[in-house]
Design a protein. Structure first.
Length: 212
């Protein structure tokens, strides 16, 4: 049975209940980090009891609903490519301007211990954050295809993510201590990174949809 739910977004028509699960699950990893930074729920709990089960769920759904599974895979790959180029842009601010890399802290939060957890952190960043938001984006923009403004929508998507990051850091009591202090350097570096992420995500998504 294929339930459909009308969604009033500027670039979507309607999505199915299964597709809605993919979209929500795509945002879970980054939401878990926000909840941790805001000191609502620690990441070592949400990672193992929410995020990982959520991704296993959409894996099973993707195998059952193969068309949605293909869309999710394309979105996940697009998100990973986009976050890789985001990190290349971020390197300029880290190596050239002295912005400390905050990403390894994510590994500490996941494992609930301090140490050399950078690999875990970057796996989460790519597989979860970047890939997950790519999944959500792909389902949202697919309803608007063959609209040719997908790169622009990706850019606005990246700015939406950036705005939520700045909001989280601004309202969290210890958010800037846990991640990074908002300065001209970090604001600019994060903004540039999210612009790169969003534009690349939109461009790759367009190529995937065009070549289907």
């Amino acid at each position: 049975m294929n339930y459909t739910i009308p969604v009033s977004l500027s670039f979507t028509k309607k999505i199915t209940f299964v597709q809605l699960i993919f979209i929500i699950t795509g945002f879970i990893p980054v939401t878990c980090i926000a909840l941790n930074v805001m000191q609502f729920i620690p990441l070592h709990q949400t990672a193992f009891f929410v995020a990982i089960p959520g991704f296993l769920l959409i894996l099973c759904l993707g195998l059952k609903y193969t068309e949605d599974g293909k869309t999710a895979l394309k979105g996940w790959l697009a998100g990973i490519i986009a976050v890789a180029l985001y990190d290349l842009a971020r390197l300029f601010f880290i190596l050239g301007a002295g912005w400390d890399d905050f990403v390894p802290h994510i590994g500490d939060w996941i494992l609930n211990k301090e140490g050399h957890n950078g690999l875990i952190a970057y796996l989460w960043r790519y597989i979860g954050n970047g890939g997950g938001m790519g999944i959500a984006f792909m389902f949202l923009i697919k309803k608007g295809y063959p609209n040719k403004n997908i790169s622009a929508k990706g850019l606005f998507y990246g700015l939406f993510i950036f705005t939520n990051l700045m909001f989280t850091l601004s309202v969290s009591p210890n958010g800037q201590l846990m991640m990074f202090k908002i300065t001209a350097l970090t604001f600019t570096g994060s903004l540039v990174g999210h612009i790169v992420y969003g534009w690349v995500l939109g461009w790759v998504a367009y190529r995937f949809l065009k070549d289907k």
